[in-house]
Design a protein around this ligand. Structure first.
Ligand code: HEC
Ligand code: HEC
Length: 265
């Protein structure tokens, strides 16, 4: 009897040590490969960082200014503007980090740019093209209001389906080279690829100013560009797939601060 008790105790101890072992290597947590989230800023060249740090040098700020003009612009039809319904732009603080958001009526995710176009429709105006300067100026302006706020997305019962899809796409090997996002943005972080340092692929800087294109780009345009570089067929901008990926990336980047408009190569 006593012998049995001792063995039982030992087993319990073994289980305890096994659990401690697992936790110390993070084996039981969801994100096994996850280290602290680091913004792309940390991987950018010093000259690029300097541009981002100084609003007078950051070309993305021109988009913010252009956005503010559009925010106040009155349209003939109803003499309506974004301002006339929403008030001062500072009211938009904290809004961008809620997107992509589940649109209950459509039971799907929409991003900030799509949300703006829904309001355009309400104003009986034509939708802006997804990569237009107008739309990105407004979404940059709105994101800029949240600069410095911390990403803190939650997986909920309602958005879980989209989170799962985003995660699946993140790890899916695609294209001629059979590359998945994680093979670059987890496995090759800090290494050079075509004269660029691979970052963790976070989206806290978006919409971001890309020096190579001399323009501000959305998260979806950036992902599309990554797809094309890996010789994979991209999804459509604003597609369910890219919104799901954006949701996954947002949650993966929890703890990072909004930097929009960031400057990148
Ligand atoms: C062949 C490697 C490669 C693959 C595969 C790849 N990317 Fe990238 N990605 C890059 C490089 C290089 C950059 C530019 C440098 C950087 O910021 O990492 C980049 C940049 C990014 C950025 C911008 C980061 C910032 O701070 O501005 C995001 C977001 C991103 N990738 C997401 C993705 C997603 C999502 C996928 C999968 C659909 C993907 N990437 C697949 C190489 C890759
Ligand atoms: C006729 C009034 C009206 C006008 C004009 C209007 N909106 Fe809206 N907007 C709304 C309503 C109503 C909502 C939904 C509020 C909600 O669901 O919380 C909304 C929601 C939004 C949201 C999302 C807010 C959130 O918390 O999720 C953004 C961003 C936005 N509008 C931007 C704009 C922009 C940019 C313009 C100008 C192009 C504009 N709106 C013009 C009425 C308007």
């Amino acid at each position: 009897m006593q012998f049995k008790l001792v063995t039982f105790k030992n087993i319990r101890l073994e289980i305890l040590f096994f659990l401690i072992y697992c936790f110390s290597f993070n084996l039981l947590s969801e994100n096994t490969s996850k280290e602290k989230a680091l913004s792309g800023y940390n991987f950018a060249e010093p000259s690029t960082r300097n541009m981002q740090d100084d609003d007078f040098l950051n070309p993305g700020i021109l988009w913010v200014e252009n956005g503010l003009a559009l925010w106040k612009k009155k349209y003939d039809s109803e003499n309506e503007s974004c301002f006339s319904c929403h008030g001062n732009i500072s009211e938009m603080k904290g809004v961008s980090i809620k997107y992509p958001k589940l649109l209950e009526s459509r039971k799907k995710l929409i991003n900030l740019e799509q949300r703006i176009n829904i309001c355009r429709k309400k104003m009986k105006l034509s939708e802006f093209d997804s990569d237009s300067r107008e739309l990105l100026s407004l979404s940059t302006l709105i994101s800029y209001q949240s600069r410095g706020l911390t990403y803190n997305y939650k997986v909920t019962e309602k958005n879980k389906k989209w989170y799962d899809l985003g995660k699946k796409l993140y790890f899916k090997k695609i294209g001629l080279m059979g590359l998945s996002c994680n093979q670059c943005h987890d496995d090759r972080v800090g290494l050079s690829l075509r004269a660029e340092k691979v970052s963790q692929g976070h989206i806290n800087g978006f919409p971001s100013y890309l020096l190579r294109w001399s323009k501000v780009v959305s998260v979806h345009e950036r992902i599309k560009f990554c797809n094309e570089q890996a010789i994979a067929v991209p999804h459509e901008i604003n597609s369910d797939e890219y919104n799901a990926l954006q949701l996954y990336l947002s949650i993966r980047g929890n703890g990072l601060e909004v930097e929009s408009p960031a400057v990148r190569k």
